[in-house]
Design a protein around this ligand. Structure first.
Ligand code: NDP
Ligand code: 2IT
Length: 467
């Protein structure tokens, strides 16, 4: 829970991830309501707190958002679904998992957002992700609302047939809530092309409809779109390049560290290398590898995508690499940090180390990987910082391009789709940058992203009436 105290200079709140400034009065009551109604959901509280902090300046300028309770409406999901997922493992043992889908906001389009399979998944995590998704999707400029789902199922060490049985059981309940005009899931942690295949197959079987637009991240042979696999990582690198260009710099000769070694990390590394940077470290939950020659992507992809092995196998295969078990990847000095694993992976200490080692850019590939204290520290140090809801929006934007291709039964080339992605990421950067300026905080992309996303959703929310 959060408690608020007065220090000698300023009001502060103590949360699960540290001490953060208290909210301005115009949004404080909204936050207190969120805390009261969503007890114990600390990641959701954190995500709402960060947005409310940015919105104070908007509410002071636009009285109607307070009168019409626009922020309160956006903080309350339209629908929250929780269901039992029973399945049997290869030895015949029965397991019971919990499934979630939080349909957060559909003012701009059908609910859109990924599914996460990870043992840490709970309602608070799905709600934080769904809330973030509403603003992120608005920033893409595409007609998509926000939602998120998943399960506390742990796919690690499970056979292909176990994964399939789990996905089939999960979809046997979820299908009734989905539809290409209703709710369109995709992947996230623990859900990639293999899982999307099993989920789509079960949806098709139950509904007797080949409804390609009901899920994105599909395989190329059955309705998928080129560049969707690469999109989040490529998009984050394009966003970083746009930030650097705005400061008269580029990736050329820069050292980068990318945490994680999943979908976002692998393709983030690939694009950073193409743009002239060198990624010297990446990780998984067992530790990190450092490779001063630059991560060898062919080896990394083989280890992670083909063998589905742990990251130490990379160091066994590459002579210039070393494996550090456990520890913090943020100890590795870099110019650009791209956290691409999970929420709250950069805490105050990690942020202080990054700043001390001269890191100048932090670009969030993951959703909310920096704690509020870490973000505060980057702000104080003048480290240029891009929040996930802007920097990692390339994945969902390309999902919307996949939906577009499905709807028109068309297929675009890699080059055309990548050009679209790059343009979308540049536009998001420009929009966040200009909005930050307009609302009195030049260079603050957190404020820019939150305010620009909010304004887009708020306008649609009002136009559609009190629904
Ligand atoms: P993957 O499952 O492909 O990869 C996740 C990576 O992060 C793995 O290396 C994993 O290590 C590591 N990781 C996950 N959880 C933890 C943890 N609790 N502690 C330490 N390491 C962890 O997921 P994605 O790459 O798809 O997602 C990564 C992040 O990007 C997430 O925050 C996700 O929400 C976000 N994102 C994803 C998008 C997408 O299109 N896929 C779009 C936008 C954002 P291990 O295998 O050891 O668990
Ligand atoms: O966090 C995200 O934006 C995703 N996991 C991708 C969502 C999507 O619908 O492509």
């Amino acid at each position: 829970m959060t408690s608020t105290t007065m220090t000698s200079t300023t009001m502060t709140s103590t949360t699960a991830t540290g001490t953060i400034p208290a909210l301005p009065p115009v949004v404080e009551r909204i936050y207190e309501d969120v805390l009261r109604r969503n007890a114990g959901e600390r990641e959701f509280h954190q995500a709402v707190h960060e947005v409310l902090e940015s919105l104070a300046v908007v509410l002071n300028r636009h009285r109607e958002y307070t009168d019409l309770k626009t922020v309160e409406r956006i903080c309350e999901p339209e629908r929250q679904i929780i269901f039992r997922v029973p399945w049997q493992d290869d030895r015949g043992e029965v397991h019971i998992n919990r499934g979630f889908r939080v349909e957060f906001n559909s003012a701009l389009g059908p609910y859109k957002g990924g599914l996460r399979f990870h043992p840490s998944v709970n309602l608070g995590i799905v709600k934080f992700l769904g809330f973030e998704q509403v603003f992120k999707n608005a920033l893409t400029g595409m007609p998509i609302g926000g939602g998120k789902g998943g399960s506390d199922f742990d796919p690690k060490g499970r056979s292909d047939t176990e994964i399939m049985r789990f996905c089939q059981s999960f979809m046997t309940e979820l299908y009734r809530h989905l539809g290409e005009y209703t709710d369109v899931p995709a992947g996230d942690i623990g859900v990639g092309a293999r899982e999307i295949g099993y989920l789509f197959g079960q949806y098709k079987r139950i509904t007797n409809r080949y409804e390609s637009g009901v899920i994105t991240g599909k395989g190329l042979g059955w309705g998928g779109a080129l560049v969707r696999t690469e999109a989040t990582g490529y998009g984050a690198a394009f966003f970083a390049a746009a930030m650097m260009a705005a400061a008269g710099e580029s990736f050329d000769g820069r050292r980068a560290v990318v945490s994680g070694s999943g979908n976002v990390a692998v393709y983030g590394i690939e694009k950073i290398h193409q743009l002239g940077g060198t990624v010297v470290a990446c990780s998984d939950s067992s530790g990190y590898v450092v490779d001063e020659k630059g991560i060898d992507l062919e080896v990394l992809k083989h280890v992670k995508e083909v063998q589905r092995a742990r990251i130490d196998v990379y160091a066994e295969r590459v002579p210039s690499a070393s494996f550090v078990p456990g520890g913090s990847i943020w100890d590795v000095p870099c110019d650009v940090a791209v956290p691409s694993a999970t929420q709250n992976e950069i805490d105050r200490d990690a942020a202080a180390t990054l700043v001390r080692n001269g890191c100048r850019y932090v670009v969030e590939g993951a959703n909310m990987p920096s704690t509020p204290e870490a973000v505060g520290l980057f702000r104080e140090a003048g480290t240029r910082f891009a929040p996930g809801k802007a920097a990692n929006a390339g994945g969902v934007a390309t999902s919307a391009l996949e939906m577009q291709q499905n709807a028109s039964r068309d297929r675009w080339t890699f080059e055309h789709t990548e050009d679209r992605l790059e343009e979308i990421m540049r536009d998001i950067h420009t929009r966040c940058f200009e909005t930050a300026d307009e609302y009195g905080s030049p260079g603050d992309l957190v404020l820019g992203a939150n305010v620009a996303g909010f304004l887009e959703v708020a306008e649609a929310v009002h136009a559609l009436g009190l629904v």
